[in-house]
Design a protein around this ligand. Sequence first.
Ligand SMILES: [Zn+2]
Length: 98
Amino acid sequence: MVQKGIDICPKCGGVLKYYDSTRRLVRTKHGRKNYILIQRLRCTKCGSVHRELPNDILPYKHYDSEIIQGVIDGTITSETLGFEDYPCEITMKRWKNH
Ligand SMILES: [Zn+2]
């Protein structure tokens, strides 16, 4: 995942270009469900696809912070989340070094 407005690949530093967009179901605090639109960006250098993290949508942020905490605690693995949702290793190292 990359923050909205950032167009640099977190894996290799290459330039990200718009790839496609996908609707994603997110859960909010009170068990309600919302669809939000996530744009996907593709790296022109290594070809990896990154989902853009909207920084103006609170429910998604909340969901994401749970993932971050789970990774730090070691309760979330690549098998828990599935390959596409699993944060890249560089990102996780940054979280753990906080
Ligand atoms: Zn790349």
